[in-house]
Design a protein around this ligand. Structure first.
Ligand SMILES: [Zn+2]
Length: 483
């Protein structure tokens, strides 16, 4: 039972794991590296295996750092099945089309700039375009159902509910060499919309994510109280209330909270604008697959309601409509992507409103220190947005407690339920994983860090002490793309 990780090994993004067992070869996730330029350059490294030799690809969920290199795989000739849950298939199409569009737009802009210095030939081509995404979509097999088993070669695959985002699954893999569990990304059990992950049965080997293996999340009730207070104070200021959000999960959770806070009379019925076409498309899938969500949301859906639609909601589609929002009088809540403010429509709204003292910026996502959002949170008096220096005079509220990822307590509960098996760590910063190994060791669990692009025998103890020699501590990434 051998695993070779071509992503999310010694770092958080780029999940891509090749499992070879008893003559069967499956790739688990095929995600994009996201972060600084060095990390993103890895997206252009060739896969060091013949993609046509794979029996199947299995997806854990639809975040870009888990599916974003699938079109690269099909460009190289992969034409086999890509198994996933139905909701993941729906969301993966949305995520990949958006990624293809952004890459083509960036490429055209870079070529325009490079032409002025005669260097247009040096601009790298987009990794893929919309046609490549359509090839991927034709291969998606939405046949993974929670608790039901599917055979791929000599491996029997049973997905379990991961509680991270809509459709997210961990994968229980029964093989002739033993039972393996690939965690994918596990959800925060305090999460607002997702049901808790189901506790797994005993396994021989666990490969687990470790994004937040070094911390404990604040209780959701406390986070919601902070969010409510920030909104009440923002409404009192009378200006625009900007909420940068990622299109999947956070957008739907914020819409859900806004609706319920308004209906409960905790904040007034101010207009809400969802200025994110991708967010609107994803919200439709949350409506469609609402049976996966917590009972309160499910019940509201079954009763014919729409838990993601505050009564004052306007969905903005065209960019002309988006620009008209700049001239809107009075108070309004504007949700726009992206969540780290590093691109997307939120930048226009920030340019038009960040310098006004009656504006409020309510931050509900993790901000990488080097992103625009990170600089605003750090208190920089002016920030550069779309080529202009803009003064930060808005009131900035940072709500740190929303997270779609398991914390240390969640992760330990998962390991314990799996029978404290041999545990391999992926999807984390090296220093976080190193500290987590000590936590595991104190509980009698043998752990190791999965090295990048090096086959490991999952049944063996690989590195004495759990760390590959020479692996730098604290190296890696700049960004948690999905908090
Ligand atoms: Zn994720």
């Amino acid at each position: 039972m051998h695993l070779t990780s071509f992503g999310a090994a010694e770092t958080v993004t780029g999940s891509c794991h090749l499992l070879e067992v008893a003559g069967t070869r499956v790739l688990i996730d095929c995600g994009l590296y996201q972060g600084d330029d060095d990390l993103e350059a890895l997206n252009r490294e060739p896969f060091p295996f013949d993609v046509r030799s794979l029996d199947a690809v299995l997806l854990t969920h639809a975040h870009l750092d888990h599916v974003g290199r699938l079109p690269v795989l099909t460009r190289l000739g992969y034409r086999g099945p890509i198994y996933c849950t139905p909701a993941t298939a729906a969301l993966a199409g949305i995520v990949l089309l958006d990624s293809a569009r952004l890459q083509v737009e960036d490429y055209r802009r870079d070529v325009r700039k490079a032409r002025r210095v005669g260097e247009e030939d040096r601009v790298p081509e987009p990794l893929y375009d919309e046609d490549d995404v359509h090839t991927v979509q034709a291969l998606l097999r939405p046949q993974l159902e929670f608790g039901e088993t599917l055979s791929v070669g000599n491996v029997r695959v049973t997905p379990g509910r991961a509680g991270h985002i809509l459709g997210s699954a961990y994968l229980l893999l029964d093989t002739p060499d033993g039972r393996l569990l690939m965690s994918g990304d596990l959800g925060n059990r305090e999460s607002g919309l997702q049901q808790d992950f189901t506790l797994p049965p005993h396994v021989d080997v666990l490969v687990t994510e470790t994004t937040y293996a070094d911390r404990t999340h604040r209780p959701l009730t406390q986070t919601l109280a902070e969010f409510t207070d920030a909104l009440q104070r923002s409404v009192a200021r009378g200006g625009k209330i900007l909420i940068p959000t990622f299109a999947i999960e956070r957008t739907q959770a914020i819409l859900y909270y806004l609706k319920h806070l308004m209906d409960a009379g905790q904040i007034p019925y101010v207009p809400v604008f969802l200025d994110s076409p991708m967010g609107a498309r994803a919200t439709h899938e949350y409506f469609e697959y609402g049976d996966e969500l917590i009972p309160e949301v499910r019940d509201e859906l079954h009763a014919g309601g729409d838990p993601f639609r505050p009564s004052t909601l306007h969905v903005v589609t065209t960019s002309a409509e988006s620009q008209r929002l700049n001239r809107l009088e009075g108070s309004a809540i504007i949700l726009a992507g992206n969540g780290m403010m590093s691109g997307g429509r939120i930048q226009h709204h920030l340019k038009h409103h960040l310098w006004k003292p009656d504006t409020s910026l309510v931050i509900v996502s993790y901000q990488s220190p080097h992103s625009l959002g990170g600089r605003i949170v750090a208190g920089e008096p002016t920030v550069r947005i779309m080529g202009e220096d803009i003064a930060v005079r808005a009131q900035v509220h940072t709500i740190g407690g929303f997270s779609a990822h398991a914390d240390q307590d969640d992760l330990l509960a998962f390991v314990e339920s799996a029978g404290n098996p041999k545990t391999w760590l992926v999807h984390g910063e090296v220093d976080v994983m190193t500290r987590y190994l000590d936590v595991l060791a104190a509980r009698g669990v043998t752990g190791d860090i999965v090295p990048r692009a090096e086959a490991v025998d999952l049944r063996a103890t690989y590195f004495p002490g759990g760390r590959p020699p020479g692996l730098p501590v604290g190296s890696g990434h700049d960004r948690r793309p999905d908090e």
